[in-house]
Design a protein around this ligand. Structure first.
Ligand SMILES: [Zn+2]
Length: 255
């Protein structure tokens, strides 16, 4: 079972909780955004999980800080044979040198960049980024239109940009939405999840119970899509303390 089934916010950090048939509690911090996921034994309740998370906060914050400083995964050499992701598919890059304008296209399982002989790595990277941006620019409008109708709202403005810590964001006053350029590398279902998630902030600012309820109603499989957005953890820790001793030792002030 890999579907998260609880969401908590602890000291401003959103936590996905998955209950599993395990003995110890595990905490993982996942790239690229530093999402925190807790795998908890079935018998644990919200308070026990909060306590465990609060006690691991310094560690969690260290991992998240490390992620922000880490060199971008996109710093590739842009040479033939490298793998690059497009809409959730892993493609092999093929660089074809030829005179004329730079051009990017998908050909089966290949991502082909046509570029002038002797082009720089930087210019290839810029061309590919521009192409990713174009993919999103085409994919986002139909999704926004669909969800404007579905939820009876208007999205006046949206923008694609590089973000280091978020897949998307929403300004509730101006109703402006932002989407991370990296979404073009993920399965299209993930993009739709982010569209619905950000529009849902029109109705609810925080990721609390009401937010979860709205998402459940609007996009019942949103948890699966959210899982898709995340790979393996950057780091994880096991909380190897049994329930009894944890209770005694851990009930601190202001959780
Ligand atoms: Zn949000």
């Amino acid at each position: 079972m890999s579907t998260a089934n609880a969401y908590l916010t602890v000291r401003g950090i959103d936590i996905d909780v998955v209950y599993k048939d395990i003995k110890n509690l595990h905490i993982g911090v996942y790239p690229p955004m530093g999402r925190v996921r807790v795998a908890a034994p079935q018998r644990f309740d919200d308070d026990q999980i909060r306590i465990a998370v609060v006690q691991r906060l310094p560690w969690i914050k260290r991992q998240q800080a490390q992620l922000k400083e880490a060199p971008r995964q996109t710093e590739r050499e842009m040479i033939t044979g490298e793998s690059h992701y497009v809409w959730g598919n892993r493609l092999r890059l093929k660089v074809v040198e030829r005179p004329g304008r730079v051009h990017v296209e998908v050909d089966g399982d290949r991502l082909v960049i046509y570029t002038a002989p002797g082009s720089t790595v930087e210019s290839r990277r810029t061309a590919l980024d521009r192409w990713y941006r174009e993919q999103l620019r085409q994919a986002i409008p139909p999704l926004i239109e669909k969800w404007e109708n579905e939820l009876q709202v208007a999205v006046p403005k949206w923008t694609i940009r590089r973000m280091k810590t978020k897949w998307g964001s929403c300004n509730r006053e101006s109703r402006h939405l932002w989407f991370n350029l990296e979404l073009a590398k993920k399965h299209p279902d993930c993009l739709e999840y982010i569209v619905v998630h950000e529009i849902t902030h029109y109705f609810e600012r925080h990721h609390g119970e009401r937010f979860t309820e709205l998402m459940d109603k609007q996009l019942p499989d949103w948890r699966v899509r959210r899982e898709e957005l995340n790979g393996s953890p950057l780091a994880s820790e096991e909380w190897g303390v049994n329930e009894q001793s944890e209770r005694r030792k851990a009930l601190p002030a202001n959780v």
